[in-house]
Design a binder for this molecule. Structure first.
Ligand SMILES: [Zn+2]
Length: 291
């Protein structure tokens, strides 16, 4: 079995930590570098539910996309929820390693996995990394759909292909508009509207879209928007990452067992569609009537 230090070197080769954003907190949160690693669990969020899953599984290493501590801390007391995560990990000899923005921009990265889950043909990065002469690394991906779809059809298609969440998929724009090209970006994507408009695509699929940026983006252009649950846009990366580590393990004869957490850690747990829309005029006629 490989030592943790050897597995971490392999992970750092896949997602070099120096390629993370300056504000990010990637790398190893806890773990004994000399400990042996036999079983690895991949997940989006380092929350207690996922750590408990790692304990049940007998994992030696948990690799997550989101950092546990992004802004630093002065306590890991088990009375805090993040402190309890640290205590549980250390008590059970489980290391925690984070690949966040360094995995976003990697080749393959988070948005390649998202595009793969949607069976899209990837054309190029949405925001290319200027330090990559091959032009394959960068944030988001510009893609072609397997066949043209209306926005309504694409919304249902994405909802069926991405892992299920309470939120599902929301769309903005004319539901009958035909979509051929789509930009995708795993995680919060509303800072990328300028790049999406410049790319000239028909639609943009991402997460965490807010009223004003979404409203402005759809008012001033025919761009359609699809808003998925943040967790659902990043979960496909876990499967991709596990397969990448499997390939490394096979090359070295490590015999690692890799697992992907299927625990839905999107914080939103319920969703109700509104009653069918009625016009304000209809509504004025029925005010006070039983519904
Ligand atoms: Zn994220």
């Amino acid at each position: 079995m490989p030592a943790l230090s050897e597995v971490l070197a392999a992970l750092d080769a896949l997602w070099p930590p120096e390629r993370a954003e300056g504000w990010d907190a990637v790398g190893t949160v806890c773990g004994d570098l000399d400990a042996e690693v036999g079983r690895v669990l991949f997940a989006v969020d380092p929350v207690q539910e996922v750590v408990d899953e790692a304990v049940r599984l007998g994992a030696d290493l948990l690799v997550t996309h989101h950092p546990l501590y992004l802004r630093g801390t002065t306590t890991v007391a088990a009375s805090t929820f993040k402190g309890k995560v640290v205590h549980t990990l250390i008590k059970h000899d489980i290391a925690l390693h984070v690949a966040h923005t360094n995995a976003d921009t990697a080749d393959p990265g988070v948005s390649d996995a998202l595009a793969g889950a949607l069976d899209l043909r990837i054309l190029r990065p949405l925001v290319p990394d200027p330090s990559d002469p091959a032009g394959r690394r960068g944030l988001g991906r510009i893609c072609e759909l397997p066949h043209p779809m209306t926005l309504a059809e694409l919304t249902a298609y994405a909802a069926a292909r991405l892992p299920a969440t309470a939120q599902g998929i929301r769309a903005a724009g004319d539901p009958d508009r035909e979509i051929r090209t789509l930009a995708v970006s795993g995680g919060s994507g509303d800072s990328l509207f300028d790049d999406v408009r410049a790319a000239g695509v028909d639609a943009f699929l991402t997460a965490d879209l807010r009223h004003h940026p979404a409203s402005e983006a759809t008012q001033h252009s025919p761009l359609a928007l699809l808003d998925a649950a943040h967790w659902a846009t990043e979960w496909p990366w876990c499967e991709q990452a596990a397969a990448q580590l499997d390939a490394v393990s096979d090359r070295h004869g490590w015999g690692l067992r890799t697992h992907v957490s299927r625990t839905v850690t999107d914080p939103w747990t319920a969703h109700a569609a509104s009653a069918p829309l009625t016009s304000p005029l209809d509504h004025s006629h029925t005010t006070g009537a039983p519904r």
